[in-house]
Design a binder for this molecule. Structure first.
Ligand code: HEC
Length: 195
């Protein structure tokens, strides 16, 4: 009996130790299959910047942001995203008049899945890296980081409020960052992007 319990506890401990960031030997990040069970941070509707541009003639999409649960818990204590953090940005189409709905919009199919990770050992130049899992007609199981020259890096490193994460758009987390003093000193809420 005791042994069975001990083994069960060890199995749970092993599961917990499974890393969130899994890289293959080509340096590609595995797309997490279970990110829909992670912590939901926010849904943006029709945000217009880089990866959120709507398809021609379509209503502007939703963007859903998730973060891995361990990093969420640590952030809520410290106001900082720890090494090993992964965010998923899931873009979904916006639908009108589905079923009984006559106004407003509801979420449709996945249009894109992107990720950012914090790993200061693997990515010493700033600590963050950006990935896109989009493939023609589906999603790839793993993706190489976008090159350092991609717009992801410049927009996030210049305009995000907590390190390179757009925590200013995640209401609970932004309150925590303000309370714990981890908002970047150069964050300016009035700054807009040049068109
Ligand atoms: C012009 C600025 C801009 C560019 C370029 C950009 N992003 Fe973002 N990104 C944002 C904003 C704004 C958010 C907040 C989204 C929300 O609240 O729904 C965001 C959020 C994210 C998140 C959620 C975690 C976080 O950092 O807050 C991921 C992941 C992400 N972007 C990936 C990418 C990738 C990959 C690229 C490059 C292919 C990219 N982004 C390019 C502005 C940008």
């Amino acid at each position: 009996m005791f042994l069975a319990l001990a083994l069960a506890a060890a199995a749970i401990a092993c599961q917990a130790a499974e890393p969130v960031l899994k890289f293959n030997d080509k340096g590609e990040l595995a797309r997490p299959a279970d990110y829909r069970e992670w912590v939901f941070l926010t849904a943006g509707l029709g945000m217009t910047y880089g990866p959120n541009a709507p398809r021609a003639g379509q209503p502007a999409p939703f963007s859903n942001v998730f973060v891995n649960p361990d990093s969420y818990r640590e952030f809520m204590q410290t106001g900082k995203w720890p090494n090993g953090t992964m965010f998923i940005l899931e873009i979904r189409s916006a639908l009108e008049n589905v079923s009984i709905n006559n106004g407003g919009r509801t979420q449709g199919d996945v249009v894109a899945v992107e990720a950012s990770v914090k790993d200061t050992t693997r990515f010493p130049d700033g600590g963050w890296a950006y990935f896109g899992f989009d493939d023609r007609g589906g999603l790839k199981p793993a993706a190489a980081p976008f090159p350092r020259t991609a717009s992801c890096y410049s927009c996030h490193s210049k305009n995000a409020a907590v390190e390179w994460s757009f925590t200013q758009f995640y209401p609970l987390q932004f309150d925590v960052a303000k309370r714990l003093g981890t908002v970047r000193a150069d964050y300016d809420p009035n700054r807009k992007l040049e068109q």
